[in-house]
Design a protein around this ligand. Structure first.
Ligand code: NAG
Ligand code: NAG
Length: 381
């Protein structure tokens, strides 16, 4: 009886002490004589970094000094040195999140197609037009489509401040921005991809299918939904389709955007992969890529890296004739490369400027658009 009473007293004391401590903390944290805006009081939407555990704090990642010890390091271009210094850094805080994008992790299987579009902070116009056209969040053929843009931070500090304000505004208005605290650059695209898969694990693990691509492609999301409805497994089986690239290896010419020196890889061949401009994968394959990525060092070319993850998992990427990331070859020079009939049959085409997306999205939806035989466009390659 006495012991029981002692426990009660102890518990009460603990609560009192804890509460006093909390009050003290709250008191000392409050700036006393400065004006506190509503936003500052409530804090930004979410500053917690996303890791698989969702709460582990992230230390700022330091450059690996030993990277400079490889022979010929001094002669490498700056962005490759940067890559070698920081390639071990795979966790970055999420600055802008959309936790409710898929409802909740539990009901995320209700999202049929998630459009995950790689964008740079400055590409505001592209994002705006995608929101209005092929990237609309909507129901189509009874299937739910959702959209996120994947961005990092601008390299230039002055620009980064302005652009982070812009992204915050866009996020408040559209709830479609995922921004991480790393430098948004070509050689950091793999990092962006890996962080996206880790976000998927935490926020949208049940999504059926994912469109993964750039913000300068034209994706016919209607056709994509029809196609995905025709593949077996409803996202629970392997699917990875795009423009298949095989039997290539690293470009060793210094002037190329894709230059990968021996110091990054000594291998002379890449596994089969799909052009990163735009591809489709199942939720199953996205989860597999995530698991494999934990054990594979970052590689600067993002689409090749996905090929490496698939290879390690024993899965194959495949080709879809309707996905044209290198451009459309036309059957005859009399046909305009902007003929809506071609785009009505395709799933995805690379390189559209914003106004073209608007014009094309509108054109393929014209009920009076008269086109020839359906199969013509596929046969012309
Ligand atoms: C750098 O490389 C050289 C030879 O490759 C080696 O002897 C030296 O210990 C290395 N330095 C460090 C700090 O690891
Ligand atoms: C990638 O981002 C990190 C973090 O911002 C940065 O330190 C590194 O230099 C970037 N790497 C490249 C190749 O841009």
């Amino acid at each position: 009886m006495l012991r029981h009473w002692c426990y009660k007293l102890e518990a009460t004391l603990l609560i009192v002490v804890g509460f006093t401590g909390l009050l003290f903390l709250l008191q000392t944290n409050r700036p006393s004589n400065v004006h506190v805006s509503k936003e500052e009081r409530e804090g930004p939407a979410l500053i917690l970094p996303i890791t698989t555990e969702m709460s582990k704090p992230i230390m700022e990642c330091q450059a690996n000094k030993l990277a400079a010890n490889v022979s010929g390091f001094a002669e490498l271009p700056a962005h490759i040195k940067d890559f070698l210094w920081y390639k071990h850094c795979k966790e970055f805080p999420l600055l802008l999140d959309v936790p409710e994008k898929c409802g909740s992790p539990k009901i995320s299987h209700e999202v049929f197609l998630l459009l995950a579009i790689k964008s740079s902070p400055g590409n505001y116009e592209r994002r705006e037009v995608i929101r209005k056209t092929w990237g609309q969040e909507r129901m189509f053929a009874g299937m739910r489509i959702r959209r996120v843009f994947l961005v990092g931070e601008a390299a230039n500090a002055q620009e980064a401040w302005k652009l982070s304000r812009l992204l915050k505004l866009e996020s408040e208005e559209n709830r479609d921005i995922l921004q991480w605290a790393f430098q948004d650059s070509f050689f950091n695209l793999t990092l962006k991809q890996v962080l996206f898969h880790s976000w998927m694990e935490a926020r949208c693990p049940g999504v059926r299918f994912i469109f993964n691509g750039d913000d300068d492609v034209f994706a016919n999301t209607n056709n994509i939904v029809h196609y995905l409805l025709s593949v077996p497994g409803a996202g629970d089986e392997h699917l990875f389709v795009g423009q298949l690239i095989t039997n290539v290896g690293p470009i060793r010419e210094k002037w190329s955007k894709y230059y990968v020196p021996e110091q990054v890889t000594t291998s002379n061949s890449y596994p089969p992969y799909c052009g990163g401009g735009g591809l489709l994968m199942s939720g199953y394959t996205s989860r597999t890529i995530y698991k494999e990525s934990l054990g594979i060092e970052l590689f600067p070319i993002d689409d090749v890296y996905l090929g490496m993850c698939l290879q390690k998992a024993g899965l194959m990427p495949s080709s879809h004739m309707g996905i044209r990331t290198v451009g459309v070859r036309l059957p005859s020079s009399r046909v305009s490369s902007f003929d809506p009939c071609y785009y009505r049959e395709l799933l995805l085409v690379h390189r559209f400027v914003p106004y073209e997306m608007l014009v094309m999205w509108n054109a393929i939806h014209q009920p009076d658009l008269v086109c020839g035989k359906k199969t013509e466009v596929y046969q012309s390659f």
